[in-house]
Design a protein around this ligand. Structure first.
Ligand code: GTP
Ligand code: MG
Length: 458
């Protein structure tokens, strides 16, 4: 029942080189080279092959035998290197010209400039990392909060992969049993009782759901979520934007139609990176610029993870109801929004909260700050962010999709009952979905997409 592995795909074993440190000036800059030409290259550049895994101070020589720079080389012979191939790092001074000269020297000596993520891709293909770990590496580099960095580190250490591998082993074991009862019905195999089979499937189903819950948190940690502020002109969207970002992000005036473009800012809530977008007040406008702003607002709402509809609480109840109905029709068709009834500092009577097809309604005042804590708590709840002490690993939307596929395959195999062929077929689908997460098989078409989002030199 072994599946072909993505790692079985042959890859061109040429030698790749790239700057491993960021662009710009810095104390140290690193050029990394990996592949079969590494020893030849290093012999040309420093007149020797340095001792493995030891810092060697030397001149880096150009074709004219003059020193381009003086620094440290670190040589990692394959397979004991990051990529699994012969790999060398030239640690020189971090000036853009010096590093460019050094990189050009590598190319002169037969290396090719690496594509983004190509070092990690080789590490994956040489079995140094599985796919979730490779993705965690990119997440670690890109993490925008301490929680996200810690979560990425846990994934990199294999916490997430281990959960998937354990589950996968159970699915495979069950599949072997089920297939055996189909293929050899007459043999003296202990056939699984239907009840026992269903119980085992139930346990697997529950485990997938639990991993889904954790991975959902993990995906939020790594990828964050988008929150869009929408509403009628002058409701206080920009005021809420500035409250949430704690900065003077958007322009606020008492003139309806102040915000035209989308205004974006990243904030952290419960350690999760949130992209908050302030939008133009939605109304029919003959002004071409404002009308374009309204179109952009509606588009932004459509792709948001959470929409906060800001309503001016000082308006008549009837007007508020009409506005809300219009906004729900025009802008919030897909996700049930969170309603923020703003400017409650201006009203003396408690508001009766409107009922409707929205997720929650909160009274607040952007002027005094009243209700903001409650709003943020509700935002966390609606986005599915748990703020408990539970430690988590990072994950990706790709993993959630695969886990959902695995869950529905198990549900289908339970539903198949006595039809063992169907049970087996669905278990095969479940195994395939889970294997795609760690890259055990069937991901070759995904590889380019995953690794192209890495930075060069990683
Ligand atoms: N008293 C009071 N005034 C507020 C509150 N929130 C916003 N305002 C005022 O309402 C007016 C409109 O605020 P904005 O934040 O610009 O409203 P907006 O929804 O972004 O408006 P547009 O960009 O024009 O669509 C400004 O004069 C704000 O000072 C509040 O909670 N209380
Ligand atoms: Mg505004």
């Amino acid at each position: 029942m072994n599946q072909p592995s993505a790692r079985d795909i042959p890859y061109i074993q040429d030698t790749i080189a790239a700057r491993a440190t960021a662009q710009g000036k810095a104390g140290i800059g690193i050029v990394r080279v990996s592949g079969p030409l590494v020893t030849d290259i290093v012999r040309q550049v420093i007149n020797q092959v340095p001792r493995p895994r030891q810092a060697t101070l030397c001149d880096f020589l150009g074709a004219d035998r003059l020193a381009i720079d003086r620094g440290i080389v670190l040589y990692f012979p394959g397979p004991n290197s990051f990529t699994g191939e012969d790999l060398i790092e030239f640690q020189g001074h971090g000036g853009p010209v010096v590093l460019d000269l050094l990189l050009r020297r590598m190319v002169e000596l037969g290396a090719r400039v690496a594509r983004p993520g190509e070092f990690s891709q080789r590490a994956f293909l040489n079995d140094k990392l599985d796919l979730t770990q490779a993705e965690a590496l990119a997440d670690l580099i890109n993490s925008s909060s301490e929680q996200a960095a810690r979560g990425a580190m846990r994934s990199l250490q294999g916490d997430f992969s281990q959960l998937i591998d354990t589950l996968l082993a159970e699915v495979i074991e069950l599949r072997v049993f089920v297939e055996a009862t189909i293929d050899f019905p007459d043999e003296d195999l202990d056939p699984l009782e239907d009840e026992r089979l269903d119980k085992k499937l139930g346990i697997i189903e529950a485990r997938i759901q639990e991993i889904l819950r954790q991975a959902g948190q993990g995906a939020l940690l790594a990828e964050g979520a988008s929150v869009v502020l929408a509403g009628k002109p002058n409701a206080g969207k920009s005021s809420l934007m500035n409250r949430l970002t704690g900065q003077d992000t958007s322009i606020i005036t008492d003139i309806p139609g102040t915000t035209r473009d989308l205004v974006d800012e990243q904030v952290h809530l419960g350690g999760i990176p949130l992209r908050i977008t302030d939008t133009a007040g939605i109304r029919d406008s003959h002004n071409e610029i404002e009308a374009e702003g309204v179109r952009r607002a509606v588009t932004a709402v459509a792709s948001a993870d959470l929409v906060i509809v800001v309503i001016d609480a000082t308006l008549d109840a009837a007007i508020r109801t009409t506005q809300l109905a219009e906004l729900m029709r025009d802008a919030c068709a897909s996700v049930p929004p969170l309603i923020a009834l703003n400017k409650v500092d201006l009203i003396d009577q408690p508001l009766s909260l409107v009922q409707g097809a929205f997720a929650a309604a909160i009274c607040l005042s952007c002027k005094t700050g009243y209700g903001l804590d409650g709003l943020q708590e509700t935002m966390l709840g609606l986005l599915g962010i748990s703020t408990g002490p539970e430690s988590n690993f990072t994950a990706r939307t790709r993993h959630l999709v695969a886990l959902h596929q695995a869950a529905s395959a198990v549900a289908a195999s339970r539903a198949a009952g006595k039809a063992r062929e169907l049970v087996a077929e669905e278990l095969r689908a479940c195994q395939k979905a889970l294997s795609e997460i760690t890259g055990a098989f069937g991901v070759d078409d995904l590889l380019g997409e995953i690794f192209s989002n890495f930075c060069i030199g990683k």
